[in-house]
Write a protein that binds this ligand. Structure first.
Ligand code: FES
Ligand SMILES: [Fe+2]
Length: 351
């Protein structure tokens, strides 16, 4: 599967994408990653700041990531052109050493915060870091209450968005630790739109709470109030909160709450980088619990969601989602709203 035969624009450009987790980029690494169909070289300057260049030498198009570092510059391994962190050629070992005017690679505005490295691949003048989804809760919790995972998926990014916007799948696809004993599917999710954020929410009375929480509640076998809320930010960045509380409706202060981030960056039309982070408001100092919790979440995703979504993509081939005339269920309300909103944004951007 290469590009599909329809000519529709696939990716927003004037938007922030996560290019990598902070932890993926150590002091000297040259990391090459394809983002929305474009190869990008990511690395840290000697002062620790992150920079990104188009990973393609303008001479004969060798990947710069195959080259070597010279301070903050990169030397192309093929014929030795050298580029600085802004992408300007800083040395030409050939002939009289004159640097041709066009000898430069594109550089991208970058922002690193809360464990994520964000990149702007659109028009430079429109890059506004205040538009980045707020993930600051990840920085307010101790390290023993926060975790990050990178996953790679062979599917279109919008299938991964659908998966989070329609959490009714947890009762059918996932095991007892994170399902709701069938409480979710009969509910009509509440969908709200505020500015450019689309939210979907389920509230229910659990009898008892999801296993994940029940064991940490005062009375594990009793009723608990629970909710799921997902806030979607374009193009495919989601903040998911799930909580349980007994004898109160004050989830934040009296309850147990998980704050998850599901951030998808398309690699190509049919492959996606999946950046996941999670924090919580209970057992915050328990590093062993943190490790076990993160491992459990990764296992659920890798063994349950991923195989299903990749198989779904395989079945869909390169066909457009709407062209296949999907049957719509009540639980699709949030996911469909997001698909329409994203399609609108793509249309506006390509106009
Ligand atoms: S391809 Fe980079 S210097 Fe020739
Ligand atoms: Fe899932």
């Amino acid at each position: 599967m290469e590009m599909s035969n329809n000519n529709k624009k696939q990716f927003l450009r004037n938007t922030w994408y996560v290019a990598a987790l902070s932890s993926e980029l150590d002091g000297t690494a040259l990391l090459s990653r394809t983002l929305i169909g474009e190869t990008v070289l990511l690395y840290r300057l000697e002062n620790g700041q992150v920079t990104a260049l188009r990973d393609r030498c303008p001479h004969r198009f060798a990947p710069l990531s195959k080259g070597t570092r010279k301070g903050d510059d990169i030397v192309c391994q093929y014929h030795g052109l050298q580029f600085n962190a802004e992408g300007q050629c800083s040395h030409n070992p050939h002939g009289n050493g004159k640097i041709p005017r066009a000898c430069a690679v594109r550089s991208y505005p970058m922002e690193e915060r809360d464990g994520f490295i964000w990149i702007w691949m659109g028009e430079r003048s429109k890059a506004d870091p205040s538009k980045i989804m707020d993930c600051s809760i990840l920085s307010t919790k101790p390290a023993s209450a926060v975790g990050y995972i990178y996953m790679y998926n062979k599917c279109n990014y919008q299938l991964l968005t659908d998966n989070i916007m329609d959490l009714s799948h947890i009762d059918h696809l996932h095991g007892p630790l994170i399902n709701t004993n069938g409480k979710l599917s009969p509910l009509l999710p509440k969908v709200e739109e505020q500015g450019e954020v689309v939210s979907v929410r389920w509230d229910w009375l659990a009898e008892p709470a999801m296993q994940l929480f029940a064991v940490h509640l005062q009375r594990p076998d009793d009723q608990a109030n629970q909710f799921f809320q997902v806030d979607w930010h374009a193009p495919s960045n989601m903040h998911l909160r799930v909580a349980a509380v007994q004898d109160s409706m004050d989830y934040e202060n009296d309850g147990l709450m998980l704050y998850d981030y599901h951030i998808m960056t398309p690699e190509s039309e049919f492959s996606t980088h999946y950046f996941f982070a999670s924090a919580r408001n209970y057992l915050e100092d328990d590093a062993d619990y943190n490790a076990a919790k993160m491992a459990g979440m990764e296992q659920a995703f890798v063994e349950e969601d991923k195989p299903m979504i990749e198989a779904q993509q395989h079945e869909m081939g390169d066909k457009d989602f709407w062209e296949l005339e999907p049957v719509l269920l009540s639980s699709d309300a949030g996911g469909i709203r997001v698909r329409r909103k994203l399609a609108e944004m793509l249309e506006i951007e390509s106009a």
